[in-house]
Design a protein around this ligand. Structure first.
Ligand SMILES: Nc1ncnc2c1ncn2[C@@H]1O[C@H](COP(=O)(O)OP(=O)(O)OP(=O)(O)O)[C@@H](O)[C@H]1O
Length: 277
């Protein structure tokens, strides 16, 4: 994800219009977890369309169902009712078709495998020929700025670098959709800023659909073209804001009036959701 990779590209990629095809459609989705005392209504009547090429963030307080919604889209959670479509397929078909990559909150890397071998693993499991696995894994590591680290072990890397390895691994199949569950939550602020900037560049140059979970207003506003604000008990969407910010951004955009206004709008919606119950 280093900026260097894009040096030779000069064409500006226009932002996908709001009429782009849906990448994810969520219709009247409910998720209810059984519990000994009272069932937990983790998602109530959720409706959402994510269009191809959008960068969408789910934001809201703990327990509002952000992870549940992302996991349901990724076929890691069953819905209790309603319908989910990912690239016009069921989440399970989409998973089998390799339509998306998933990055977890903590980098789930195998400590006994090198960085290269970690990125190769899902490709090997899918039966990609060994030479090709090696080639793809090297390409993906270069893409996230980790060329030269192939032979290191995860424990020899910082948390931010480990999370970049996870992103490289998720990109291995060139998924049309990249889903990330608070990937930078555990990192210090400067590392997080740096990775946000790199992720923004990656999205800007490729305009792959991104679905991102975060607690941070400034992270959501900096990265997203669409911000989905959620509220708990029951978990639901209370507001969806389309960002007026330009597609290409660097961190200085955070000092602009437009950024501050949007942050304020997100904050107000979160506070409103908080007062609702
Ligand atoms: N497997 C489960 N069994 C029972 N309840 C669950 C399960 N997973 C989540 N929940 C409950 O569902 C609700 C939504 O959880 P979820 O993890 O989706 O929220 P979240 O917004 O991602 O929270 P956080 O920001 O803390 O990660 C919470 O009340 C949580 O306790």
């Amino acid at each position: 994800m280093s900026q260097l990779m894009y040096e030779e590209e000069s064409a500006v990629v226009p932002l996908k219009p709001a009429t782009a095809r849906p990448a994810v459609t969520v219709r009247d989705v409910n998720v209810i977890y059984p519990a000994a005392d009272q069932p937990v209504h983790a998602l109530k009547d959720v409706n959402l369309t994510i269009r191809q090429g959008e960068f969408v963030s789910f934001i809201g307080p703990s327990g509002c169902g952000k992870t549940t919604l992302l996991r349901a889209i990724a076929d890691l959670e069953q819905v209790s009712s309603g319908e989910l479509l990912v690239n016009d397929m069921s989440p399970s078909e989409a998973r089998q078709a390799g339509a998306y990559g998933y990055v977890f909150q903590a980098p789930v890397l195998l400590p006994w495998r090198t960085v290269l071998a970690n990125v190769m693993l899902p490709l090997q499991i899918q039966g990609v020929p060994p030479g090709r696995c090696d080639e793809i894994a090297r390409e993906q590591l270069a893409r996230v700025g980790l060329k030269g680290f192939e032979k290191k072990y995860p424990w020899q890397l910082s948390g931010g670098m480990q999370q970049r390895v996870s992103i490289a691994r998720a990109l291995g199949f060139e998924p049309k959709i990249l889903m990330m569950d608070e990937p930078f939550g555990a990192l210090d602020e400067l590392t997080r800023d740096n990775l946000n900037q790199q992720l923004q560049q990656l999205w800007y140059h490729e305009q792959r659909t991104m679905v991102f979970v975060t607690h941070s207003i400034s992270e959501a506003v900096y990265l997203s073209t669409k911000i989905v604000i959620m509220s708990p008990r029951p978990g639901r969407i209370i507001k969806v804001i389309d960002s007026p910010l330009p597609a290409e951004r660097d961190l200085t955009i955070r000092d602009t009036a437009a950024f501050m206004q949007l942050s304020q709008a997100v904050r107000e919606a979160l506070v409103e959701g908080h007062h609702d119950h």
